[in-house]
Design a protein around this ligand. Structure first.
Ligand code: ATP
Length: 249
């Protein structure tokens, strides 16, 4: 792959991942054929330990415990390096930095001038206006997770990989943060790992269930995300998906 020209750096690509993943002699998952649509949210569910975070790390080009045998195709043939923002399951906040400093960490590490005003506006929208000066040790789990979300959204990359980004939030804050993320990541290529069928049906243009021997593509309601969580089609879809995940569907 070539290095990215400026216009392609900001254009969300279609990403297609095909292959299997093994740890030692054991296949963890696969073969899979997963397409992340450009400008779409693809939500991945599956039982704990099936390899959802691993799959996300393969796309991000990060080191993993095993080996991926397959191909990662990017529609514009430009490397994903520098075009991905990743929100990992653990918040990875630096304990000696404040909420504000953690939020602008990406720019700091690249030696760029951080946009403090934008970070403060984002933190206000995320409900942390009165906590920007605090260090992670003085935050609740949900506040830490929202700080990590702010840091991810600050990056404003064409591809966002989100690993259970709302899992520590109360129901009301979770709904607010889902809507904020959908707004701020509109038009980007998004992969969301979640355990919550309601979240997947609310946010997903595509829903995929990862299984040890492949993937199942789950049909979504005809309405567009963000879906009304009280609409009969949304409720029916999430109930069917939950039943399927529990092995009774
Ligand atoms: N560093 C490691 N060394 C060995 N095995 C590992 C390592 N990291 C992960 N694994 C194994 O890889 C498998 C997949 O882990 P992964 O975190 O991708 O699953 P997951 O589907 O995201 O799980 P969860 O839903 O619980 O977050 C697990 O069985 C795990 O034990």
């Amino acid at each position: 792959m070539t290095s990215p020209p400026n216009d392609r750096r900001v254009t969300p690509p279609v990403i297609r991942l095909r292959g299997s993943y093994r740890i030692g002699a054991e296949i963890l998952f696969g073969p899979v054929d997963i397409t992340l649509g450009a400008g779409q949210w693809t939500c991945i569910l599956g039982r704990s330990g099936v390899g959802k975070s691993t799959l996300l790390r393969v796309i991000a080009g990060l080191d993993c415990a095993g080996d991926f045998d397959g191909s990662l195709h990017v529609s514009d043939a430009v490397t994903l390096a520098g075009r991905v923002s990743l929100m990992a399951q653990s918040d990875l906040l630096l304990p000696w930095l404040t909420v504000l400093e953690n939020t602008v960490l990406g720019a700091q590490l690249r030696g760029e001038q951080p946009d403090i005003g934008r970070a403060q506006r984002l933190l206000a929208r995320i409900g942390l206006r009165d906590h920007t000066h605090k260090k992670p040790g003085a935050l609740s789990g949900g506040m830490r997770q929202r700080t990590a979300l702010a840091r991810t959204l600050m990056e404003d990359r064409p591809v966002a990989l989100l690993d259970e980004p709302f899992s520590a939030l109360d129901a009301s804050t979770r709904a607010d943060m889902q809507e904020l993320a959908a707004e701020m990541l509109q038009g980007k290529t998004v992969l969301l790992v979640t355990h919550d069928p309601a979240e997947a049906v609310r946010l997903g243009h595509r829903i995929i269930v990862l299984k040890p021997r492949g993937v199942q593509h789950w049909p979504t309601p005809v309405s567009k995300p963000v879906r009304d969580q009280y609409a009969p089609q949304t409720i029916a879809c999430q109930a069917d998906l939950l039943a399927h995940l529990r092995g009774t569907g």
